[in-house]
Design a binder for this molecule. Structure first.
Ligand SMILES: [Zn+2]
Length: 393
């Protein structure tokens, strides 16, 4: 929670917003304070949020009635006061699915965003088999949480998802195309299913669980086999026509460059993705079958100078691509998600220098930071996806 938030109540920060919008934001703030500081009393909620006691009471009563928040035990303070503490009901759980070209994961999390269990699925190039495996995994996890209330299934996709047609519209790195995930999963489990592009899911995770609650202009960049971006502009997720907004990864940096999965040449992602770094490495090193990006990071750590150079080149291109994001959207913060954050010392400074190299007069270099506790950002996003249905505008 930032000092900004502590000092200024939401009603003042959102002048012009309808009372309904303000109420929903206040609800989310109260919920997040309970989540991050539990056990907490109503008095402390009011003090920390800057909201009025009566507003806090109203929201808390509602959350208790809806069974999201539980009361007790009673605390002890000096001078005989005995406040009742509040905590989140962790019997309400969410199933999160992170679909990735390489290793899909299914996990169970509570409303705190804490993961209780997870399993990594095998992958099949056959979409029908893959969907069956996914369903098996979801059913296994569903069985394991007897007695708990499952709020829904959140799915993060490595492509753009069009919410109006319920279709995956653009997924150049996914082998299973034209798969309807929502209806078969919903029919087999009886649960509500929410789908979102992976980078957008990470934006929600930032806003819900991490340090970006007060940030209104934020871009998340997911770097893996490709590059995806999720955009929060003026406090709202940008989806665009057909859900296609955010495909900066497919803006060509060099029209003569290598062929991209999208059919174009020289897209940002063929220069700045994990795959690009591996390609750079093999330009100067004998090919090794099955070498993964984490292997490349380890090789660099072990002093392999060709690995270090390959990663450096990838970092430089990541920064170059970010210039268009900075120039076009002027975010306050860019959050980077992906295996590269494990070796942030190799990337952070190089990326920043490349962005700084071409800042517009009047523009500012945003904070460029690795995702909090990465590895789980997409999954945490799937939890946020389901939660926001209950708590968002
Ligand atoms: Zn492309």
């Amino acid at each position: 929670m930032t000092s900004h938030l502590q000092q200024m109540p939401v009603s003042k920060r959102n002048q012009g917003a309808s009372s309904e919008v303000a109420r929903d934001i206040n609800r989310r703030i109260v919920l997040n304070l309970i989540r991050t500081r539990h056990p907490i009393s109503r008095a402390d909620l009011a003090r920390i949020s800057g909201l009025q006691r009566s507003t806090i009471s109203l929201i808390v009563e509602q959350l208790i009635e809806e069974n999201w928040v539980l009361e007790g035990p009673t605390g002890r303070l000096p001078r005989g006061r005995r406040p009742t503490f509040l905590r989140l009901n962790d019997e309400r759980v969410i199933i999160g699915v992170d679909i990735r070209p390489v290793q899909p994961t299914v996990a169970l999390a509570d409303a705190n965003g804490k993961f209780i269990s997870q399993e990594v699925m095998p992958t099949s190039p056959n979409p029908k088999i893959a969907l069956d495996q996914l369903l098996d995994s979801i059913q296994r996890i569903k069985k394991s949480c007897r007695g708990k209330k499952i709020e829904g299934v959140g799915i993060s996709l490595p492509g753009r998802f069009d919410r109006t047609s319920d279709r995956l519209v653009f997924a150049p790195n996914l082998r299973w195309r034209d798969v309807d995930f929502r209806n078969p999963i919903s029919a087999a489990t009886g649960l509500e299913v929410e789908l979102e592009n992976a980078a957008n899911a990470c934006v929600l995770a930032e806003v819900w669980f991490n340090r970006s609650e007060e940030c209104r202009n934020l871009v998340v960049i997911t770097v893996s086999e490709g590059i995806g971006t999720g955009i929060l502009a003026n406090g709202e997720l940008v989806r665009g026509l057909n859900g296609m907004a955010g495909e900066f990864g497919h803006v060509p940096l060099d029209p003569e460059g290598p062929l991209c999965g999208c059919g174009s040449r020289g897209c940002w992602e063929v220069f700045g993705s994990n795959r690009a770094a591996i390609r750079y490495y093999f330009e100067t090193h004998a090919e090794i079958e099955g070498l993964t990006f984490p292997d490349l990071l380890s090789r660099a750590d072990q002093g392999d100078t060709q690995a270090v150079k390959a990663l450096d080149r990838m970092a430089h291109y990541l920064g170059r691509g970010m210039r268009m994001i900075v120039a076009g959207l002027a975010p306050e913060r860019i959050v980077v998600v992906g295996d590269l954050t494990r070796s942030w010392h190799r990337f952070g400074a190089v990326i920043e220098a490349a962005v700084q190299d071409q800042t517009l007069p009047g523009g500012a270099v945003p904070k460029i930071i690795p995702a909090y506790e990465d590895g789980m950002a997409r999954l945490r996003g799937t939890v946020a996806l389901v939660l926001q249905k209950h708590f968002s505008v």
